[in-house]
Design a protein around this ligand. Structure first.
Ligand code: NDP
Ligand code: HSE
Length: 436
């Protein structure tokens, strides 16, 4: 049978990895897909760079719109990133009747609802396994493998760069800047690395996962997002002393009055498997009513791990493109007309536990004042840590772990605590999840 012809947009890290994997494993991939998968056309603004990546056997064009409409092409592989040009190109490809494979979570977080609707109307597929979790087949697992379950929550390390930076700071003593530079060099970071550090990339991915898990539209703008930029080494060390490790987590949880959708640094118990997930590795824990908890773990970024997911999508589309569109797995697991509009909760209405660090004057009664304010707000304390003041210092840090409480209550209590004469500066608040 004739090969299926792919056009690739972009000639960067993931494009290069995909070309290498497809070339190296072409015989086995063809045996799985039923026919060969061949990159015949590349759209790139720097043709010399694209030639160096793809070699002499492919045609290269700088007009990306001509590429997505080329009559020989059946699948467009979008690997340029960003959400403006990528949206136009993907919609144009869909309008031209092409199937699309993309690794672009920013695109789907912002425009996924529009893109999936356009694809459904045209009867084409948009596959995006590489958009979440790098090489981990998490979209397939969540959308198909867990389809029997009512899912109650998922929590994951879903940004490789930030996990790499936190691991290098904690275990190798590297500076934030050095660790981030290394992640960039290895091809893990986004074109704008602030997306990784500020939690935006994780929020893109979480909004996609939550849509698939709960049958809701993709709602990136409703996701609460906090990154790792303000994290201090002393909090990472104090967390360790208390039996916890700090990870940047994406959490989506079905609560009584809506869905929690949040990305933030989180203390998790050191004994949990997820606490030992280091470097660029990602891990996603999903709780279903029938199966219980399942954990998915693997390389979260990098050229060939991401290519592994991209090529899996290319094989899926090759196998299914002649199938009746009505019988394909819906893009977001639920049929588009069956999505529900469950509200996303404000962070104020989230209920979780907290790590609080307060800088205080080392004098009698301080702790009693603090605990009285917490007790008045019905916030109960689970653990407490105080270090000896350094020599000739009249100040010290006290650290409290609370039991579960509503965030607005904790914020109000902290505001009152910060008013105390004996409390200096602002409290540090980091959320804590037992992941039980
Ligand atoms: P790179 O920056 O390495 O490559 C992007 C490519 O797209 C480059 O060839 C670049 O051209 C080209 N490009 C960017 N903007 C334009 C434009 N306006 N017009 C024409 N070409 C353009 O990115 P990655 O390969 O790392 O990432 C690609 C996608 O995959 C992104 O959506 C990313 O989020 C996603 N992804 C990346 C992972 C990773 O580990 N790197 C993992 C999972 C997903 P030029 O070379 O001229 O700059
Ligand atoms: N920049 C992303 C990360 C790439 O570090 O996780 C994978 O999506």
């Amino acid at each position: 049978m004739e090969s299926i012809k792919i056009a690739v947009l972009g000639a960067g890290t993931v494009a290069g990895g995909t070309f290498r994997v497809l070339t190296r494993n072409q015989e086995e991939i063809a045996r799985r897909a039923g026919r060969a998968i061949e990159i015949t056309l590349v759209g790139a603004r720097d043709p010399a760079k694209a030639r160096a990546v793809f070699g002499p056997g492919v045609a290269i064009q700088s007009d990306l719109f001509a590429v997505v409409e080329h009559p020989d092409i059946e699948i467009v592989l979008e690997l340029i990133g960003g959400e403006t040009l990528a949206r136009e190109l993907v919609l144009r490809a869909i309008a031209a009747g092409k199937h699309v494979v993309t690794a672009n979570k920013a695109l789907l977080a912002h425009h996924g609802n529009e893109i999936f609707a356009a694809a459904q109307a045209k009867g084409v597929m948009v596959a995006f396994e590489a958009a979440v979790g790098g090489g981990i087949p998490i979209i397939k697992a969540l959308r198909e493998g867990l389809t029997a379950n009512r899912l109650s929550w998922l929590a994951g390390i879903i940004n490789g760069t930030s996990n790499f930076v936190l691991s290098a700071m904690r275990s190798e003593g590297k500076s934030f800047a050095m660790a981030l530079a290394e992640a960039k060099r290895l091809g893990y970071a986004e074109a704008d690395p602030s997306f990784d550090i500020d939690g935006i990339d994780a929020a893109h991915k979480l909004s996609i996962l939550a849509a698939i898990a709960f049958g809701i539209p993709v709602q990136f703008h409703a996701c609460y997002t906090e990154g790792i930029g303000a994290l201090e080494l002393r909090d990472m060390q104090a967390a360790e002393q208390l039996g916890y490790r700090i990870k940047l987590l994406g959490i989506a949880r079905r609560a009584e009055r809506g869905i929690e959708l949040r990305v933030h640094p989180t203390l998790i118990p050191s004994r949990r498997l997820m606490a030992s997930v280091e470097g660029v590795t990602n891990a996603i824990l999903i709780q279903g009513d029938a199966v219980g908890a399942t954990l998915y773990c693997g390389a979260g970024a990098g050229a060939e791990p991401t290519a592994s997911a991209v090529v899996a999508d290319l094989v899926d589309v090759t196998r299914l493109h002649t199938a009746d569109p009505e019988n394909r797995v819906p893009h977001l697991a639920f049929r588009l007309d069956a999505l529900v509009s469950t509200p996303i909760l404000s962070i104020d209405d989230v209920e979780t536990s907290y790590y609080l660090r307060l800088r205080v004057l080392d004098r009698p009664g301080v702790l009693a004042d603090v605990t009285r304010i917490l007790a008045d707000a019905s916030i109960s304390i689970g653990a407490f840590l105080q270090h000896e003041p350094e020599e000739n210092q009249d100040q010290t840090d006290i650290i409290l772990l609370t039991h579960r409480a509503l965030e607005w209550r904790v914020r109000a209590a902290i505001a009152a605590i910060e008013e105390l004469d004996s409390v200096l500066g602002s409290a540090v608040l980091i959320r804590l999840e037992e992941l039980a």
